[in-house]
Write a protein that binds this ligand. Structure first.
Ligand SMILES: Cc1cc2nc3c(=O)[nH]c(=O)nc-3n(C[C@H](O)[C@H](O)[C@H](O)COP(=O)(O)OP(=O)(O)OC[C@H]3O[C@@H](n4cnc5c(N)ncnc54)[C@H](O)[C@@H]3O)c2cc1C
Length: 317
């Protein structure tokens, strides 16, 4: 049976309220917490410190209460009504830490990727151009191994501090194979990235222009003024080249070929600018997006005989 909006959570809310370093918003409209602005409601817990997160997870674990973790909400669909609490990290970060170039950067998971990108632009940090224009929290970017045509963030991660669902911290020194295309291969279910150490490849003046040029290109080719969640589908890779007769097929191009650019379900439209984006033009919800994903997948399969995997995360709750 599906649990009503947070009844399990409400049973322990008084104990949760005793934990310092948390802000609790009951029955909150969550629309503004995702870049796609889908209709969504839930109990939101904003976490300010690692200690508060640990206390919270210990309590939730004791009560067998599941939870959902939200970064910037730039690559996940939000449920219409979350029955489990939604956890958002907002750890303190003194931006003066980024006033100079460092050999390594120890950063909270909640720091924003655009802030790191500005730092890279200012100082010409080689390697950090890979996440140009990616709206994300650092934790979300590492979870997704976010990247662009210029590379992936996984190549810059040296160490990750992870909180287990029982509230303990473990450290993961990143090894070969820990990341692949738009995913990490080391986090277990309900583990939360709380901190990461990033490296770079030195300082190079030309990086500043590389970042500026890449931003301009994205502006031209992607619907950045609309409410979207980035790419819906992963590009298709087939090492054996047996199915599509080629190694790579970009999902956006494939959707364009099947003629679904501009196709609309209620207020949700396949972007006329970039077919792998879906634009929420009004009051779309997860059901509209799921219908659209199924429709596009089906037609892609008829046309190309392969299944395109979704990149966007769809909550189980
Ligand atoms: C306009 C636009 C352009 C985009 N362009 C790109 C692009 O070029 N390249 C690209 O890779 N992506 C792109 N994206 C998608 C998105 O920016 C990335 O996937 C990003 O990494 C998502 O980070 P987030 O913080 O928003 O995570 P969310 O979307 O909030 O979460 C994504 C997943 O990560 C999990 N998660 C989040 N934080 C943590 C944490 N601290 N610990 C453990 N799990 C966590 C969530 O539970 C969820 O499963 C784009 C999105 C938009 C809207």
């Amino acid at each position: 049976m599906v649990e009503k909006l947070g009844t399990g959570f409400l049973k322990i809310i008084n104990d949760i309220k005793k934990i310092s370093g948390l802000e609790i918003f009951e029955n909150q409209d969550l629309k503004k917490f995702s870049t796609m602005r889908l209709e969504s409601k839930g109990n939101l817990v904003v976490v300010k410190t690692i200690k508060a997160l640990s206390d919270l997870l210990k309590l939730l674990n004791k009560e067998n209460q599941k939870f959902h973790i939200l970064g910037w909400g730039a690559n996940q669909l939000l449920a219409k009504e979350f029955s489990v609490p939604v956890i958002k990290l907002e750890f303190d970060f003194d931006k003066s830490y980024l006033s100079q170039v460092r050999d390594e950067y120890i950063l909270p998971a909640s720091v924003s990727i655009p802030v790191l990108s500005s730092h890279a632009t200012k100082f010409g940090l080689k390697g950090w151009e890979v996440f140009t224009g990616v709206p994300a929290s650092l934790g979300g970017a590492i979870f997704m191994n976010a990247g662009t045509n210029l590379g992936e963030i996984g190549d810059l991660v040296k160490l990750v501090k992870i909180m287990t669902n029982s509230g303990d911290i473990i450290e993961r020194v990143i090894q070969k194979g820990d990341f692949s295309y738009r995913k990490n291969n080391f986090l277990k279910e309900n583990e939360i990235i709380v901190e990461a150490t990033l490296v770079h490849h030195g300082v190079d003046e030309s990086i500043k222009n590389k970042i500026k040029d890449y931003l301009a290109l994205r502006n031209k080719t992607q619907p950045l003024k609309e409410f979207t969640c980035g790419c819906i589908f992963k590009n298709y890779y087939d090492e054996s080249k047996t199915k599509l007769g080629m190694k790579t097929c970009r999902a956006g191009q494939a959707i364009d070929i099947i003629g679904l650019k501009g196709f609309q379900i209620n207020s949700l439209r396949v972007s006329p600018k970039h077919a792998n984006f879906m634009e929420n033009l009004g009051d779309s919800n997860i059901e509209d997006v799921s219908k659209m994903i199924n429709k596009v997948k089906k037609v892609l399969n008829w046309q190309f005989g392969v299944d395109f995997e979704t990149e966007v995360k769809i909550p189980k709750d």
